[in-house]
Ligand binder design. Structure first.
Ligand SMILES: [Zn+2]
Ligand SMILES: [Zn+2]
Length: 371
């Protein structure tokens, strides 16, 4: 069993600004009663500039160790507001052990490198351990061109779809002026020795099929293991993005699964089977279809096509959770971020377990409480 702790407080806070929610969440402190817990840092899908939710990011916390899933806009500040840091002073990231990127859409990774650059000031420079980051490798090919008309120019044609390791290397180069300044002026430990980026390996045949079958039937991939958690990944269909991963965290207190961005996925259902908590993305199809007045131009058609062919709707997600046999379904990556809560509650249709509509800084504890 798992307890939703902080949910009442989060709901009572309604659509208040994150600062207000943060102070109430910290005051509630309920999640700290559990040794292992899920913390929703940001619950918005897509850009966050016009909503009340922060960018998509979540954490699995075991004692004082923190594992991040995605690094959407605001992840650093939400990390601090969640109150993970057990140390005094500017030591916010002392507990960070690893980061797992589901895919490289910017709403999921725009603040990934910010964590390194700014975390360098906030505990990471003197962490006793190296922080590991895992994510998709190189796509291997350009996505197909949707619709008619001439092809657009290709950005960085020598490597048009870099993976996590390459992206990290490019970002280190892009910030060389700042990084070299800090190391020479402050004698700060070299940034690139404080973390290590990894691409999750895939067989070449799967990479070659990126445009035809981005999530073939497969067994989960073992990604990471330490004394607290075992993490496995599986490909999910989020076309044309590839690779796109779901992650499963198994701990002594239970299992938490993150869907990442995906349409209905047999692989995800396989990965989530029997988990205590499934954190699943969701989109309101009625909202997507109402965004433009018909007739749609090619760009509008492409936008609607992307939303509905690569995400999971309110009407679909309950059935996904039911088929996976999970106890609790937590909706996150909510599109649109400002939908009324009543609309999200319609996801209960077809699901016999407990439905939770995610809110920023909500904490959900698993089983064992700390003594
Ligand atoms: Zn997304
Ligand atoms: Zn995406």
């Amino acid at each position: 069993m798992c307890d939703v702790v902080g949910q009442v407080q989060a709901l009572a806070a309604g659509y208040s600004r994150p600062e207000a929610r943060a102070s109430r969440g910290a005051a509630a402190g309920g999640g700290e009663r559990h040794r292992t817990r899920l913390v929703l840092l940001g619950t918005a899908g897509g850009p966050v500039w016009y909503g009340h939710r922060e960018g998509i990011a979540s954490a699995v916390v075991v004692d004082d160790d923190v594992y991040l899933v995605d690094c959407g806009e605001g992840v650093g500040q939400q990390y601090r507001r969640a109150g993970f840091a057990p140390f005094e002073g500017r030591q916010t990231l002392r507990g960070l052990r690893a980061i797992f990127l589901t895919h490289l859409h910017s709403d999921h990774c725009v603040d990934y490198f910010n964590l390194w650059l700014l975390g360098w000031f906030n505990g990471m420079a003197w962490n006793p351990h190296v922080v590991h980051a895992y994510g998709p490798g190189n796509r291997g090919s350009l996505p197909p061109l949707f619709g008619a008309g001439p092809a657009p120019p290709v950005e960085n044609p020598d490597n048009p779809a870099p993976g996590t390791v390459e992206m990290t290397r490019f970002l280190l180069q892009a910030y060389a002026a700042d990084i070299n300044d800090r190391m020479r002026d402050d004698r700060r430990p070299a940034l690139e020795t404080r973390f290590e980026a990894h691409d999750i390996p895939l067989p070449p045949a799967i990479v070659a099929g990126a445009n035809s079958d981005p999530a073939p039937d497969m067994d989960p991939i073992e990604v990471y293991e330490d004394e607290n958690v075992e993490v496995r990944a599986i490909l999910v269909p989020h076309p044309p993005t590839f690779p796109s991963f779901a992650y499963r965290f198994d701990s002594a207190d239970g299992s938490i699964v993150f869907s990442g961005d995906t349409t209905v996925s047999p692989n995800l259902i396989k990965l989530a089977r029997g988990a205590e908590v499934l954190v699943h993305e969701v989109i309101d199809a009625a909202w997507a279809e109402s965004r433009f007045e018909p007739p749609l131009d090619p760009a509008q058609e492409a936008a609607v096509n992307h939303l509905l062919s690569s995400h999971t709707t309110i009407e679909q997600v309950g059935d996904v959770a039911e088929r996976a046999g999970v106890e609790t379904l937590v909706l996150n990556h909510l599109v649109p971020a400002d939908n009324p809560r009543e609309r999200w509650l319609e996801a209960q249709e077809g699901f016999s377990g407990r439905l939770v509509v995610g809110e920023d800084l909500m904490q959900i504890g698993l089983r064992q409480r700390r003594g």
